[in-house]
Design a binder for this molecule. Structure first.
Ligand code: NAD
Length: 503
């Protein structure tokens, strides 16, 4: 009998070249989540591999950081065109390893492009300030310079968009970059590396190392890394923040979420139901900005939930490559088992299981990691289906007596990534936007991911660090400020040992 073919091996990209996939070292499995089969294996970097990437990035740093702004901008523009041209290739890669529907993956690529677009304007973003005549013949001006070698550690759920939040701005700002993408869907990062090379980015400026916590720890402790950006779950975000900071690095670490959507009794229930179903079940609920908890106010619950159930019944679940499907599988068998267990916990805790997605079978894909759309009502804040980030196609509904009550529920939740309100009342919307304890707010918009020229970030346990990613705050994170005070004067200023003043 012939041995089954070995799955392909996905390797690192260091100093402008793909590593030849070796046979030694550690590897992880990459699945086709719709079939439940291993489709590839990915090399896991050890300390030596990470060190090689850091050395490449450090060597490339002086050249890239001193490359004129216009030339750096040219590379970013070329990259923008290449990503646009390869949008479908990127989306298909994402879909095949993550499981999301190709259309959804195309949306992710489009949002990544938005950040690359923004980064093309780097000469504008890097402008400093100038004050002429702060004293006689003395001027003061500020400049922003690259931080150095930056690392980005990213989650599985947006293998194109989240890395772009980081690398587009970091590279545009003159840094060199090492991406450690999720080991569950690593392939998009390698196409990004190829496209950057084609765009004219010098070798060593953008590198990819794959792996698990061994690779991450090597990055967090390596003296050659200056800044770390992380996006992922809250326990790991906290660990990254503490460890990277303890090792003297600048760090921003974005964590998990439980995003609430408040539905006021005056809302357009059709609009609100469309919004919540798209936001809760799109990408099988595996979005950091997914709506995972609706909060109905007063008598909004009955009409809203009836409209939601009607829409859930129409969701078509299947493989990601088939554009006629609405929702794909979850990423791994472990994720599926965890979600099913949480649903069971919700039932045992006494929540009303209004739609049960357990037991969903997709024809011809018996081993796929599918969970059907699930809806709970009459959920209370102490239930685990509310306290845990389920990260699957499960929406929980809580009932609140008033807007104040709804705001209190959100304020007591430890996460603060995104939130939204559906209402026809300007007064309610205004109160919500100013009182809610969350970093990104939607008004009649369910997934308020800011456009590329604003910045993305949550509050509370959804972000450790102060600066958000991309936009203006991204450029601040990836640059260091320097302030110059200069005097160009005729000679003979005279000796003065007093402390300098401005007058
Ligand atoms: P994760 O935290 O498991 O993994 C994220 C990254 O950390 C991966 O690269 C992984 O290899 C690495 N990692 C995992 N365990 C580690 C450990 N013990 N030590 C060091 N590194 C480790 O997250 P995930 O499951 O890939 O992604 C889903 C999570 O990401 C959800 O919690 C979601 O809310 C969150 N997320 C947040 C945002 C945001 O903007 N706030 C965006 C996307 C995803």
């Amino acid at each position: 009998m012939q041995a089954p073919p070995r799955p392909k091996t996905i390797g690192h990209f260091i100093n402008g070249a793909h590593d030849a996939p070796g046979d030694s070292g550690r590897f992880g499995d990459v699945y086709d989540p719709a079939r439940g089969e291993v489709q590839a294996r990915v090399a896991f970097a050890d300390d030596a591999t990470v060190d090689r990437a850091v050395r490449a990035a450090r060597t490339a740093l002086p050249g890239w950081s001193r490359t004129p702004l216009g030339k750096r901008s040219d590379v970013m523009f070329a990259m923008r065109e290449l990503v646009k041209k390869h949008s479908l290739d990127l989306a298909k890669l994402v879909s095949s390893e993550h499981g999301k529907i190709v259309n959804d993956a195309e949306g992710e690529v489009a949002r990544a492009l938005e950040v690359i677009d923004f980064a093309c304007a780097l000469p504008h973003a890097l402008k400093g300030q100038f004050s002429e005549g702060v004293s006689r013949n003395v001027d003061t001006y500020s400049i922003r310079q690259p931080v150095g070698v930056c690392a980005g550690i990213t989650p599985f759920n947006f293998p194109m968009m989240v890395p772009a939040w980081m690398f587009a701005v970091a590279v545009a700002a003159g840094n060199t970059f090492i991406l450690k993408p999720s080991e569950r869907d690593p392939s998009a990062s390698l196409l990004i590396a190829d496209l950057f090379k084609q765009a004219g980015l010098p070798d060593g400026v953008f590198n990819v190392v794959h792996g698990d916590k061994v690779a991450v720890n090597a990055l967090l402790t390596h003296p050659g890394i200056d800044a770390v950006s992380f996006v992922g779950s809250t326990p790991i975000a906290r660990y990254i923040y503490e460890t990277a900071a303890a090792n003297g690095k600048r760090v921003q670490a974005l964590g998990g979420a439980k995003n609430h959507m408040v539905v006021m009794p005056d809302a357009d229930m059709g609009l609100a139901a469309d919004a919540v179903v798209s936001a809760a079940y799109g990408s099988a609920g595996q979005r950091c900005m997914a709506i995972s908890a609706s909060v109905t106010v007063g008598d909004a619950a009955e009409p809203f939930l009836a409209a939601v159930k009607e829409r859930i019944a129409k969701i078509k679940v299947g493989a990601g490559h088939d554009r006629s499907n609405d929702m794909g599988p979850v990423v791994t068998a472990q994720a599926r088992a965890r979600i099913l267990d949480l649903i069971e916990q919700g039932v045992r805790a006494g929540a009303t299981l209004a739609v049960d997605g357990r037991g969903l079978q997709v024809s011809g894909l018996d081993d796929g990691f599918f969970v059907g759309p699930t809806l709970f009502d009459r959920v209370t804040p102490e239930m685990s289906i509310y306290t845990e980030e389920i990260f699957g196609p499960v929406l929980v509904n809580l009932r609140a007596a008033s807007l104040e009550d709804a705001l209190g529920i959100i304020a007591r939740n430890p996460y603060g990534n995104g939130t939204s309100i559906f209402t026809r009342s300007g007064a309610a919307a205004h109160k919500f936007q100013s009182d809610v304890e969350v970093g990104m707010v939607g008004i009649n918009v369910p997934i308020p991911v800011p456009v590329g020229y604003y910045s993305f970030g949550g509050w509370k346990n959804s972000l450790f660090g102060d600066l958000h990613v991309y936009g203006e705050e991204g450029f601040r994170f990836y640059t260091r400020g320097k302030v110059v005070t200069s005097r160009w004067d005729e000679p003979a200023a005279g000796l003065n040992l007093g402390f300098p003043t401005h007058k």
